[in-house]
Design a protein around this ligand. Structure first.
Ligand code: ZN
Length: 164
């Protein structure tokens, strides 16, 4: 089976590196839910690539393993926030009565919890990345130069060339 998770280049248009848990799902998300123009979506999909696992710098190190674990936890927390937000949207459209209020209260309470988990997971994820990068940035840069010689990433976005 083809690799579907790992270190991802430009998973989001505003972030250079991420840990991707489900590449195929992200491709569908970019195609279907991105509010970018068609040409930007095309560029985004061209840049969004998984780094083959065997090429990830220091993939046997504890820093990479910690980052991978934090990335998986963060992606799971993100999915849970999305799922609860969708549930909330369904409830919000129901008729306004005492059942509606109760249902809203309940879902908001759950949403609060998943949001807290998400924030903690995000913090750990960013921290784990900084630790990994502080040790292996040079190796990653060299790999990046080889794999994406024309990468338009400018530190903030991949659309710097397009939107000039
Ligand atoms: Zn790049």
């Amino acid at each position: 089976m083809r690799q579907n998770s790992g270190l991802a280049h430009c998973m989001y248009s505003g972030k250079h590196w991420d840990y991707c848990s489900d590449y195929r799902k992200m491709v569908i998300n970019i195609r279907e839910y991105d509010w970018e123009s068609d040409s930007n979506i095309e560029l985004h999909l061209r840049l969004f690539k998984l780094i083959p696992n065997k090429l990830v710098p220091a993939r046997e190190s504890k820093e990479w393993k910690a980052y991978k674990k934090a990335g998986e936890a963060f992606n799971k927390a993100t999915d849970e926030v999305d799922a609860k937000l969708k549930e909330f949207c369904v409830i919000a459209k129901m008729p306004y009565d005492k059942n509606w209020l109760k249902a809203c209260d309940e879902i908001l309470e759950v949403y609060d919890k998943v949001w807290n988990t998400y924030e903690k997971a995000l913090h750990s994820y960013n921290k784990a990345w900084q630790i990994y990068l502080s040790l292996y940035e040079e190796k990653l840069d060299a790999l990046h130069y080889e794999m994406f010689p024309n990468c338009p990433w400018n530190g903030e976005t991949i659309f710097s060339e397009v939107n000039k």
